[in-house]
Write a protein that binds this ligand. Structure first.
Ligand SMILES: [Zn+2]
Length: 507
């Protein structure tokens, strides 16, 4: 072959490869956009009638600051976004919007301390509609720093506490390919870990998150550097790190109660479905000991019990499970997933697919394992609360089956099933998270931010009553039931306009 011809062929090959690269990139971008919910129109909040006039709620029962009782016949004055006065014999100034609280109950705005929102901005409204006025987003997309700023500046949004994405180690060719398409190439060395801490701190995240596949070297370098920089560490327990090493690692938050169960299963060698039969007995004997060490290590824990409780049904009875949740409000992109990400529906649901191809015998073993796993989560959760560990209500929202805002009320029911009192549940969803995230909210007291929920029924009598939302007050702005319903119907409309797979059979 002549040199000139060879040069020409090479040029064609290069052009072809460049075209393939861009075509692949366009395809991947469109899939990622869909799975993250970006194709769903964002509801325009300015269309709703939300006033920021001062508000007086009269004659209402108010949750005490320790969440233990209702204080009857209170008047609460709200001005400039704050609770300005509380008392039983207050005069209401003429310019206040009066809300008659007779027969109703006032609780602080709730928290989801384990949220994922992807790019689904309508989720911020789903939280508000459900009385959730503070969230910790435990995975990040760049624009969330903007969301957090907007929330601080008075947007209709929960207050946001923002984590980095989970730090993982990644190896091999695929990690290089991923990095071409914008995904993090992975933290594989102590040096890279320290560098990541510095960069994320600089970017202004509130907390840095360790993930399952972070290697030992990187993990310990990360927590050490984070400590130097006063940057709290959250996340999972990496597989290469033992439970005993976690207690005094400096990591101050665990993303799930499940982390302790998994850690102790690893120690007991019970992660294999077939070997776990005596594990529950082991955990029963050791859960208090684990909880005491967690307490001594000053580690607080997000709960995410409901996601675990949903696993038996998501794995073995998915169609019926989907009928029990408010699926119409979940961003259709997240439900449908993409070529790269699992969704929630049959055929793409990640929990269902874990058992789909098992033999009848193995399915049975897995079913038993799943049931016992849920029992283990209950045992651990109860031990944690009994030993005064700081429990933070969280739902892992947007993971299969957990719908932003709605999932917190599911979570409360699960915490009740695990043995928490209604007062403990409310504390874990109000004051405890506010303290953890550093927000001036979470209790009804003068000078606190006016993030409040008016309920028709008393949640101390039955935790289901957190669902009986009559109005939400966000940063002093009153949102009546009518406004909340309007927002919900607009979200439903936006979702339906972006839906590619019908969910009719689950409604
Ligand atoms: Zn999560």
């Amino acid at each position: 072959m002549k040199f000139a011809t060879l040069k020409k062929s090479l040029l064609y090959i290069i052009i072809f490869l460049i075209l393939v690269y861009f075509a692949t990139k366009v395809f991947i971008d469109s899939q990622v956009k869909h799975q993250n919910g970006l194709n769903t129109p964002v509801v325009d909040i300015s269309q709703f009638n939300i006033s920021d006039a001062p508000v007086a709620i009269t004659n209402i029962s108010v949750l005490s600051t320790d969440s233990s009782e209702m204080l009857d016949n209170q008047t609460v004055l709200i001005k400039n976004g704050l609770i300005s006065k509380i008392g039983s014999e207050l005069q209401v100034p003429g310019d206040y919007t009066k809300v008659d609280g007779s027969g109703k109950f006032l609780i602080p705005g709730l928290a989801d301390t384990h949220a994922h929102t992807y790019n689904s901005k309508n989720d911020l409204l789903l939280y508000i509609v459900n009385g959730v006025t503070q969230i910790a987003i435990l995975s990040s997309h760049p624009e969330m720093l903007e969301w957090r700023k907007d929330a601080k500046n008075g947007a209709i949004s929960p207050q946001i506490f923002l984590s980095t994405g989970g730090l993982n180690s990644k190896y091999g060719f695929m990690s290089v390919v991923r990095s071409w398409f914008g995904s993090h190439p992975g933290i594989n060395t102590a040096e890279q870990a320290r560098e990541a801490v510095e960069i994320y701190k600089e970017q202004g995240f509130d907390v840095i998150k360790a993930y399952e596949y972070l290697n030992r070297e990187s993990y310990f370098a990360m927590v050490e550097e984070a400590k130097k920089q006063h940057f709290p560490v959250s996340g999972h327990i990496p597989e290469e790190v033992t439970l005993d090493e976690i207690y005094h690692s400096g990591q101050s938050h665990l993303a799930h109660v499940e982390e302790l169960v998994k850690g102790s299963m690893r120690q007991y060698n019970a992660l294999d479905n077939r070997k776990n039969l005596s594990y529950l007995q082991y955990l029963n004997n050791n859960a208090d000991d684990i909880a005491k060490k967690v307490k001594a290590g000053n580690i607080s824990i997000s709960t995410t019990v409901w996601l675990m409780e949903s696993l038996p049904q998501q794995r073995f009875d998915l169609e019926n499970f989907l009928k029990t949740i408010e699926l119409e409000y979940e961003n259709p992109g997240v439900i449908e997933g993409s070529v790269f990400a699992s969704g929630w529906l049959p055929g793409s649901n990640r929990y269902e697919s874990q058992v789909r191809d098992l033999s009848t015998e193995d399915r049975e073993i897995s079913r038993q394992f799943t049931d016992e796993y849920v029992q283990a989560i209950y045992i651990m959760t109860k031990a944690l609360v009994d030993n005064d560990v700081i429990l933070l209500a969280g739902s892992d929202s947007n993971t299969a089956g957990t719908i932003a805002g709605f999932s917190m009320h599911d979570e409360f029911q699960s915490l009740s099933n695990a043995g928490l009192s209604n007062s403990q549940i409310l504390h874990s969803a109000t004051l405890a998270p506010s303290k953890w995230m550093g927000f001036n909210s979470g209790q009804i007291a003068e000078g606190m931010r006016a993030d409040l929920v008016i309920l028709d029924n008393n949640p101390l009598l039955d935790i289901k009553n957190t669902r009986s939302i009559n109005a939400v007050i966000l940063n002093g702005k009153l949102m009546t039931r009518e406004v909340l319903d309007d927002i919900l119907s607009q979200i439903k409309k936006a979702n339906n306009s972006a839906r590619e797979i019908s969910i009719e059979q689950y409604l």
